[in-house]
Write a protein that binds this ligand. Structure first.
Ligand code: ATP
Length: 354
């Protein structure tokens, strides 16, 4: 899908403006989205007046995008800041609005929640890499970073731009590595703390699910905040979550909290698909010796005790950390870790969940 996007950008470079440059060099393309073979984008003119004159150019751009191999349809809209008025401002947060029916985006087939009892056990890393692995396996994947107090997906996917909201209501999510990503972190300044109570959290979750143009998705992975708070409660009660995966390290305190997370999912009638043991072992790259920094075998025993599948055992791996910090999830490559994520994706696909 990202190949189509690159090809569309290439043809848009050929669309020249009468006063010099092209649509790409003049930075006029916004919210370029590829969903299957359907391409949509916005051409942002400098003013409403120039937008009016650009209709023929819009048609040329649309035809150029439609000519790209693999594109079944292309649509472009012209936009411009309204004279004398500020562009519509999307308000993030706020209390949830009354909602009829389930809080599930129309084009999303399956919602999969990734949770943990304790923070810092690798839940966001697993969510990001599983999303990439499923996309590599040919699935249409969305990733919602619902870790409102500590959103990390923009960094893990190398996304620095803000999602567009041309009308101040709909949010057009960003795309990276074949995954459509939405995070509250993309809407707020990176160093801004979110100090919200339950109702505000529910409002933000509702916005991220229902105001975002998710498009058609086989799966929407939701990276939950750690613990068992308001976001878990709202998501599981209102959104038809098909299943949850709980990530833990083998450490006793993490396991203790993981048990609470499992108990919370049971109370909310959300099926737990299995456990993932992260940071299971560290193999010294110099001497090859294994060290069990966070303990040994705890998650395996827990999974057996609870009759739940152990979906993966992932070691401590420097490249995983570096990939996460650098916006290049490890699952993009072909290392042993990438293969573990590919196997996890395959397992979920074969089980019919995704
Ligand atoms: N298997 C791993 N090997 C090495 N580092 C890892 C591994 N898994 C996660 N990390 C690193 O550990 C740190 C915490 O991971 P991550 O942010 O995914 O955890 P989290 O459970 O989502 O935390 P939070 O509760 O803060 O959201 C990150 O720096 C990440 O790169």
């Amino acid at each position: 899908m990202s190949e189509i996007k690159t090809a569309v950008e290439t043809v848009l470079k050929q669309v020249e403006l009468p006063d010099g440059g092209n649509l790409i060099s003049r930075d006029m393309i916004r919210a370029l989205r590829v969903d299957g073979g359907v391409v949509r984008f916005v051409i942002e003119a400098q003013s409403a007046e120039s937008a009016k004159r650009m209709e023929p150019l819009r048609q040329v751009a649309e035809r150029a995008a439609a000519s790209v191999a693999g594109v079944t349809s292309a649509s472009a809209v012209l936009s411009a800041p309204t004279a004398g008025k500020a562009p519509p401002q999307l308000k993030v947060g706020g209390h949830a609005k009354p909602q009829e029916g389930v809080m599930k985006p129309a084009g999303v087939k399956t919602i999969l929640a990734i949770g943990s009892g304790k923070g810092g056990v690798g839940k966001s890393t697993v969510s990001a890499n599983l999303a990439v692995a499923l996309a590599r396996a040919g699935k249409r994947v969305g990733l919602l970073d619902a870790d409102i107090h500590g959103p990390s997906q923009p960094r893990m996917f190398g996304l620095t731009a803000k999602p567009a909201s041309p009308d101040g209501k709909t949010i057009i999510p960003l795309e990276a590595h074949g995954v459509t990503v939405m995070s509250i972190g993309s809407m707020l300044a990176e160093d801004k703390a979110v100090v919200w109570r339950g109702p505000m959290l529910m409002g933000a979750l509702q916005q991220m699910l229902m105001q975002v143009e998710w498009g058609t998705k086989d799966v929407l992975i939701v990276d939950l905040p750690p613990g068992t708070g308001d976001v878990q409660l709202s998501l599981c009660q209102k959104s038809e979550v098909a299943g949850a995966i709980v990530v833990s390290t083998p450490q006793d305190v993490a396991l203790l909290d993981a048990r609470k997370a499992l108990d919370a999912f049971a109370t909310l009638n959300t099926p737990v698909l299995g456990l993932i043991e992260n940071m299971a072992v560290f193999t010294c790259p110099h001497c090859g010796k294994d060290s069990h920094i966070f303990g040994h075998g705890g998650v395996v025993t827990e999974a057996e005790k609870m009759g739940l599948p152990l979906l993966a055992q992932l070691p401590i791996d420097l490249d995983t950390r570096l990939g996460g910090d650098g916006g290049q999830p490890i699952a993009l490559g072909d290392s042993a870790m990438a293969q573990s994520y590919a196997q996890l994706a395959d397992r979920l696909i074969k089980s019919g969940i995704v």
